[in-house]
Design a protein around this ligand. Structure first.
Ligand code: PBG
Length: 332
């Protein structure tokens, strides 16, 4: 570097710290590491099969036997935790989602099998009725199709306890019923599972970004939408309220979902709370990047890393993302 005259008489030149890769690394404020990642995975009935989700290229529904092997690989890559979602056969669905607390249900069997083969990975199970109900809603319906809150919470407690009994490390209520975190905490404690944690989907919005996930699980609501329980995308103050309630009720980790359209919410919640904050980079966010990447419209790998880094910079301590495995490989 040859000396240059200070023609503009500048004292501060921020570019000084951007000049070389080592300087840039030295002043980098945010780091994305494999420890930040939680990998959502889909399990289905059957044997020796993996089926790609059409709207989520690179994501598969695995049968239990193959999923267990995949989980071992995922843990070997350094990913600490998975979030498990079941594909429930139509024949096992009913009005009240009773399959959700079957001790021999798919989730319960899968958790037990993972805990046999890869005991150290953190297994997080989803608590919501939508994959289990014939109508596809997250709770029980009254005659008018309105979701009943307190009756639903009773089922969610049974579901959580049965997941804990199967070996889940954390349960993750994603249903948005009022008071469910406190009721689940009580239920777990009464059953002796004082060390099973709760990752609460606290600020979960009624979002169109969940479309591909509902394809993956065949869990789209048969009628209506989820706006009477999931949050209005227009609201931010209400998100703080939801988080405060969940923490008061015993949430160990709070979550914002989706992530990218709600970076402002992540950032506000990080400032307001003293528990870890997670963000869910949801199926629609994944699908958009994959689609643009497949078309050659963006540099997919760079966009993935920039996206996840942004979610961290906004304040997320943990990110649930379908990119987790790919990113773990990239960071290696
Ligand atoms: C179920 C649930 C949903 C997602 C996670 N848990 C769908 C929904 O609420 O309709 C969405 C995840 C994603 O889109 O990646 N309650």
């Amino acid at each position: 570097m040859s000396p240059q005259p200070n023609a503009l008489n500048l004292i501060s030149r921020p570019r000084r710290l951007r000049r070389t890769p080592a300087l840039r690394r030295m002043v980098q404020e945010t780091n994305l590491t494999v420890n930040d990642l939680i990998y959502p995975m889909f399990v289905m009935e059957g044997e020796n099969q993996k089926v790609e989700v059409a709207s989520m290229p690179g994501c598969y529904r695995y049968t239990l036997d193959l999923l267990v092997k995949e989980v071992a690989d995922v843990y070997a890559l350094g990913i600490n935790a998975i979030a498990l979602f079941p594909v429930v056969p139509e024949a096992k669905k009913d009005e009240t989602g009773s399959e959700s607390y079957n001790p021999e249900g798919l989730v319960q069997r899968t958790v037990a099998a993972i805990k046999e083969s890869t005991p150290d990975i953190v297994v997080i199970t989803d608590v919501a009725l939508d994959p289990f109900t014939s109508h596809g809603h997250d709770g029980l319906l009254d005659e008018e199709g309105y979701i009943l809150n307190d009756e639903t919470v009773e089922v969610l407690v049974k579901m959580s306890v049965s997941q804990a009994r199967a070996g889940a490390d954390m349960v993750a209520p994603s249903d948005m019923m009022d008071g469910r975190v406190g009721a689940i905490r009580d239920g777990l404690d009464e059953a002796g599972f004082t060390d099973v944690g709760i990752l609460a989907y606290s600020a979960k919005y009624a979002s169109a970004y969940y479309g591909p996930f509902r394809d993956a699980l065949d869990s789209a609501p048969k009628s209506g939408d989820k706006k009477t329980y999931q949050m209005d995308p227009a609201n931010a103050i209400e998100a703080i309220k939801e988080v405060e309630l969940d923490i008061a009720e015993g949430a160990d980790i709070v979550m914002v979902k989706p992530a990218l359209p709600y970076l402002d919410i992540i950032s506000q919640i990080r400032e307001e709370t003293d528990v870890p904050v997670a963000a869910y980079n949801v199926s629609g966010e994944y699908a958009m990047i994959k689609a643009a990447g497949q078309n050659g419209w963006i540099d997919e790998k760079k966009v993935i890393l920039e996206t996840l880094l942004s979610i961290k910079r906004a304040g997320a301590d943990l990110i649930l993302t379908y990119f987790a495995k790919e990113v773990a490989l990239m960071l290696k």
